[in-house]
Design a protein around this ligand. Structure first.
Ligand code: EPU
Length: 357
């Protein structure tokens, strides 16, 4: 096993924050993880699983070991009456994987085009965009337990998917003696995802309805788009709205869209009639966090080299590039100031979306 020491993490996180890891091991399969778990000094070190680094904010150097997931491979693994099942290694780039499925003539992931990051990170936050979430196409995944080295498989129910949420974001309670609780209660820091499988529908129907997509259809005069057309539109819509991490460092949406009761929503509308809100199937109402932040006048504002993106207030960006990058502290100071102002004006607590490490 090759252990890299004192590793610069700046190239490994899309925000471009400069931090170092005491050790880093590249993981191509379960055997690499087992070697770490048997290693004298790494066995008990804190472990951070890193995919594409596109949903993480580093607030300092890491004392433990980074497990950089580089499991590769993409293949069709089977089919049922209604689905074709495809599998990808957790280290595969998500967007390239979506393109590859379309190249195989398999539709179903097109609405999730151009989301940064890796296949393995996608289930952790149940990535979603333009009316589709990963859980809508998920079949199962293989992971390895970072305490025992055992591999295991989870289906959708066992992943506990929610809006930008899964069992991988929740810590398992510890037993009284400090030992880990049984697997399944919460897998944050406990599991490394190795491979993910998706069930792509044979009778594909486009997922439309999202305002930006409907607008494109009208502009182009297309009533029945193909999956490839939707893919191209999504790429164009995202490119116009969201900063390309290769050019301006960022971690996508910085906050989750909050959910409120219909009464709370009506109360805000009474004062701010333009509030962007979406009724949810369970009777609650989701609010556009970007709109709330924008309404508080944050677009373009900054703390040091951390700034609010001019075209989308939900995205925080690194204005200092590679040479004078925003620090994790600046990003968090800005984030806290935004949370305070949104709370003071709307009474709503915004919750960060990326992992703060
Ligand atoms: N809005 C503003 N001002 C802003 C930003 C947004 O008024 O500065 C308004 C927009 O006009 C729109 C509404 O807020 O009416 C929602 O904006 P948008 O359609 O851009 O979507 P979003 O809620 O900001 C969510 C996801 C994105 C995803 C898009 C498209 C979350 C936290 N974010 O953003 O996901 O791409 O919908 O489906 O749910 C990500 O998670 O990193 C991400 C980019």
């Amino acid at each position: 096993m090759f252990i890299e020491h004192n590793v610069a993490l700046q190239p490994l996180n899309t925000f471009g924050i400069a931090a170092r890891a005491a050790a880093l091991v590249r993981v191509q399969g379960a055997a690499d993880v087992r070697r770490v778990l048997q290693h004298e000094s790494l066995r008990d070190a804190p472990k951070l699983v890193l995919g594409g680094g596109s949903n993480i904010v580093l607030t300092g150097d890491l004392k433990g070991v980074v497990l950089k997931v580089e499991v590769t491979g993409r293949r069709v693994v089977g089919e049922t009456d209604r689905h074709v099942v495809v599998e990808a290694g957790a280290g595969e780039n998500w967007h390239d994987f979506v393109g590859w499925t379309l190249d195989q003539g398999l539709a179903g992931l097109e609405n999730l085009a151009l989301i940064p990051g890796t296949v393995g990170a996608a289930p952790v936050q149940n990535i979603g965009a333009y009316g589709l979430e990963l859980q809508d196409r998920f079949d199962s995944l293989d992971a390895i337990d970072l305490e025992t080295g055992e591999t295991f498989t989870l289906n959708a129910a066992q992943c506990g998917f929610g809006y930008r949420d899964s069992v991988f974001k929740h810590a398992a309670p510890r037993r009284g003696d400090g030992s880990a609780a049984p697997r399944g209660l919460g897998l944050a820091g406990r599991a490394l995802i190795l491979r993910v499988r998706f069930a792509l529908p044979k009778a594909w129907q486009p997922v439309l309805g999202y305002l930006d997509l409907e607008r494109r259809m009208q502009e182009e005069g297309v009533a029945h788009p193909t999956a490839r057309q939707i893919y191209d539109w999504i790429v164009a819509i995202r490119s116009a709205k969201l900063p390309d991490p290769a050019v301006i460092g960022n971690a996508g949406s910085f906050f989750k869209n909050p959910t409120v009761t219909p009464e709370q929503c009506q109360d805000i509308i009474g004062r701010d009639p333009k509030l962007v809100h979406y009724p949810m199937p369970d009777g609650s109402v989701k609010l556009a966090a970007g709109w709330l932040i924008d309404a508080c006048g944050w677009k373009g504002k900054s703390v040091g080299n951390a700034a609010v993106y001019e075209k989308q207030a939900l995205v925080l960006v690194n204005r200092g590039g590679r040479d004078h990058p925003a620090t994790g502290g600046e990003v968090m100071t800005l984030a806290k100031a935004i949370q305070t102002s949104v709370y003071e004006r709307f009474g709503i607590r915004l919750e960060p979306e990326p992992f703060i490490v």
